[in-house]
Design a protein around this ligand. Structure first.
Ligand code: NAP
Length: 266
């Protein structure tokens, strides 16, 4: 019997883990309070994974995701920190390890990200740095804390990095965002090679336009006309893809960037 499978009902999985005395495998989703991260948290929890919801400042939104998971019979905890702040990340991980000495984060979704769009010739340094630092430094600070346990023999792990269409093709007004997301693709491919021998997969998901707070100020009707499917994507559709990449079924996929964009860029 395979005790590592997690696509089993919540109660069954909890029982299996307890019976065999193996460490509890958690999923950490950065930026899990809203948008894509929220949808990923709900999806993973529905599949029986205990979920750690990271967020920066919107506690009410994070609490709401936790409550929704618990109401459906799942397990969730909050882990607030700014992914771009090395000390905050380290402190949060030290505190979590103290309270979960036997457990580890086996599934990591580096999802937290921000936009600060503007033409480059007018872009303030702080907008350049904030975007780079949230997507790229955030990936580095969080992932390196999760890697040792994943790389430990027999543990294994799954990492999914939320990049973007903007990082694949470049979008005007987004030199900072395109740079951050393209760099994340490079890091995904390099880390995938470092970690492959230990059964740790590292992949990236590149959404086009998805209905979230991040895109609500965009000219939606105009943009829809450029999308072959004629609509924005839904967070739940991205969550399905992330969940697949985190599953046992995707064990042989690593170093890949999977687009999810309604045909906008192929
Ligand atoms: P969103 O609706 O704006 O939500 C952003 C989430 O990230 C929130 O949970 C927010 O926490 C968190 N966050 C932001 N900065 C953070 C920080 N420094 N530390 C910790 N958490 C932080 O964004 P979204 O549309 O869901 O986007 C999620 C990811 O997908 C981003 O990486 C984005 O670049 C990428 N993406 C989105 C689209 C799209 O069309 N929506 C397309 C391609 C890629 P608080 O609630 O505390 O603020």
């Amino acid at each position: 019997m395979n005790y590592e499978l997690y696509f089993v009902p919540l109660q069954a999985q909890t029982t299996l883990i307890r019976k065999t005395d193996t460490p509890m495998k958690y999923a950490l989703v950065t930026g899990g309070s809203r948008g894509l991260g929220r949808a990923v948290c709900l999806k993973l929890a529905a599949q029986g994974l205990p979920v750690i919801i990271n967020y920066q400042s919107n506690q009410a939104a994070a609490e709401a995701v936790k409550a929704e998971i618990e109401a459906a019979g799942g397990t969730a905890e909050l882990m607030p920190f700014n992914v771009a702040n090395e000390e905050e990340v380290d402190r949060a991980f030290e505190a979590w390890t103290e309270t979960h000495p036997e457990d580890y984060i086996a599934y990591l979704v580096n999802n937290a990200g921000i936009r600060r769009d503007g033409m480059m010739f007018m872009m303030p340094t702080e907008d350049w740095k904030a975007v780079l630092s949230t997507s790229l430094d955030g990936f580095y600070y969080v992932t390196r804390r999760c890697l040792p346990a994943m790389l430990r023999k027999k543990h294994g792990g799954r990492i999914v990095n939320m990049t973007s269409l903007s990082g694949l093709k470049g979008l005007p007004g987004q030199t900072n965002y395109s740079a951050a997301k393209a760099a994340l693709i490079g890091a995904t491919k390099a880390l995938a090679l470092e970690a492959a021998a230990r059964d740790v997969t590292v992949n990236a998901v590149a959404p086009g336009f998805i209905e979230t707070d991040m895109t609500k100020d965009l000219p939606v009707d105009e943009l829809k006309q450029q999308i072959p499917m004629g609509r924005f994507g839904r967070p739940e559709e991205v969550a399905e893809l992330v969940s697949f990449l985190l599953s046992d079924a995707a064990a042989y996929i690593t170093g890949e960037v999977i687009s999810i964009n309604g045909g906008l860029y192929t």
